[in-house]
Design a protein around this ligand. Structure first.
Ligand SMILES: NC(=O)c1ccc[n+]([C@@H]2O[C@H](COP(=O)([O-])OP(=O)(O)OC[C@H]3O[C@@H](n4cnc5c(N)ncnc54)[C@H](OP(=O)(O)O)[C@@H]3O)[C@@H](O)[C@H]2O)c1
Length: 226
């Protein structure tokens, strides 16, 4: 059977890396993007792709490469994201623009580039969003706004693109232990999801047959957000 092709945006660190590895385990040829140069994965069927999603040309070149190699794509995982958590009045506009350039506009560009490849034989888009879109968490305004933007886009694309057999799933994710939590006081990794938990959910969506539509999932540790 023909191998399926996936790309994980931000696929070599944290949650994205766990998703990339799990997709390879499920039989996907997987491209994992990173801003870093000259990276080797040493994993069969896991290919690094150097893309800074703040750079439109790099995004175009990355998807062109997949198009030239395989001519189609089965799964796009929009995982890359950054956050800054503080009182709204303390933000410099340059900071919120930076967060939106990555979390929103970068993800929009990837999604637009992926669509022609996804519709070749039908496929899925998985947006790694946040429970910050479900619960109003203080000191989270800009990050939450960026994730609302991505979830909003995903929900509408689910209506626009189902006719092309392209389905979008927003995963509203609770606290998951990665490097971003390492220096944050007052939180315990034991109260969080593991990256492998998220990978399991993403792979479930990625491998679900295309007559099933999964618009939304909220995935948290037992206590809820945290
Ligand atoms: N951890 C949590 O508790 C949690 C909860 C809810 C949602 N999320 C979401 O889950 C996603 C992954 O988070 P994480 O905890 O795994 O964070 P992380 O370890 O800090 O990883 C961030 C990822 O985003 C990529 N990235 C950042 N800026 C980029 C840019 N300009 N261009 C391309 N890639 C860029 C990084 O790639 P490189 O550095 O390799 O280039 C890296 O793969 C994020 O969207 C985050 O908002 C996380």
């Amino acid at each position: 059977m023909e191998k399926k092709i996936a790309i994980v945006i931000g696929g070599l660190k944290g949650i994205g890396k766990a998703i990339s590895l799990d997709l390879v385990d499920k039989g996907f040829i997987t491209y994992a993007t990173t801003r870093e140069k000259n990276v080797a994965t040493n994993v069969e069927n896991l290919f690094p792709l150097q893309i800074n999603i703040r750079n439109e040309k790099e995004i175009q070149d990355g998807f062109k490469h997949i198009s030239e190699q395989y001519g189609a794509l089965d799964v796009l995982v929009n995982n890359a994201g950054v956050g800054e958590f503080k009182a709204f009045e303390e933000f410099d506009p340059a900071e919120w623009e930076g967060i939106f350039q990555t979390n929103v506009f970068g993800i929009f560009h990837c999604t637009q580039q992926a669509f022609p490849l996804l519709k070749k034989r039908g496929g899925r888009i998985i947006n790694i969003s946040s429970v910050a879109t479900k619960r109003n968490l203080p000191f989270n305004s800009i990050y939450a706004a960026s994730k609302h933007a991505v979830s909003g886009m995903g929900s509408v694309l689910a209506e626009e693109w189902y006719k092309d057999n392209v389905f979008t799933t927003n995963i509203h994710l609770g606290a998951t232990y990665t490097d971003i939590w390492k220096n944050v006081e007052g939180f315990s990794s034991e109260d969080m999801l593991h990256v492998q938990d998220v990978a399991r959910v993403a792979s479930f969506v990625a491998t679900t047959p295309l007559h099933v539509r999964i618009d939304e999932m909220t995935v948290t540790p037992p206590k809820g957000v945290l």
